[in-house]
Design a protein around this ligand. Structure first.
Ligand code: COA
Length: 185
């Protein structure tokens, strides 16, 4: 019997892969809780730096209603960042996933972001029955808007006053990819 493997995507000399968090990755989550701006525009002030170790000890960041996977770009490199998902429900019984992504600054602008989000869609469509995956981003986050389009997402519209961030209420851009939408590449 062969061992099942999850897909990966080539990026020249690098291969982008998703994998579960391991104990050394907790430090990255801790840094993101207390280093202003490391997570980009989603920085919302200091968070409990003890929370990542508690969450990792509980379920390794793989819960029934949300989860995270680390983004690896090579065997000998540490994680380049992570992708995450949270369950949501608009109506009825069946839910959707809302996804997010954060790369460390040194890994941004190198084609990792859209590939990681495309791999996460493949993963969620393969292992859960969700029909819809959505992602919201900031009006000024051109990199994420392009990255989502490259990962097969479609802009649905602008959510007015979607979030309070950096002293103001701000609009969000909502994207989605459905199970039957064409995959990228
Ligand atoms: C947003 C993010 C995930 C995008 O991933 P990335 O690997 O940096 O982006 P990619 O290299 O895949 O580039 C995707 C597209 O965006 C463009 N792009 C990248 N950085 C850009 C920037 N700063 N400004 C404008 N366009 C940019 C790329 O040129 C590419 O477009 P192209 O194919 O037309 O050339 C990453 O930059 C990141 O982690 N940022 C901080 C956290 C964040 O904002 N997360 C999303 C929160 S909603």
């Amino acid at each position: 019997m062969t061992t099942p493997t999850e897909p990966s995507l080539d990026l020249g000399e690098l291969t982008v892969r998703l994998r579960p968090a391991a104990e050394p990755d907790v430090e990255l989550f801790q840094r993101m809780a207390v280093e202003p701006g490391l997570i980009g525009l989603d920085w919302g002030g200091f968070r409990d730096a003890g929370a990542p170790a508690r969450r990792f000890a509980t379920d390794g960041y793989l819960g029934p209603d949300d989860g995270r996977l680390m983004i690896d770009v090579g065997a000998d490199q540490g994680a380049a960042g992570f992708v995450g998902w949270t369950r949501g429900v608009y109506a009825g019984q069946a839910g959707y996933w809302e996804i997010g992504v954060v790369l460390l600054p040194e890994w941004r602008g190198r084609g990792v972001g859209w590939r990681a989000q495309a791999l996460l869609c493949d993963y969620l469509f393969r292992h859960t029955p969700a029909q819809r995956i959505q992602a919201a981003t900031h009006a000024e986050n051109v990199a994420e808007q392009k990255s989502l389009r490259k990962a097969g997402f479609t802009l649905e519209g602008v959510i007015r006053a979607a979030e309070f961030r950096d002293g103001q209420w701000r609009d969000g851009h909502l994207y989605s990819r459905l199970r039957d939408d064409p995959a990228p590449l």
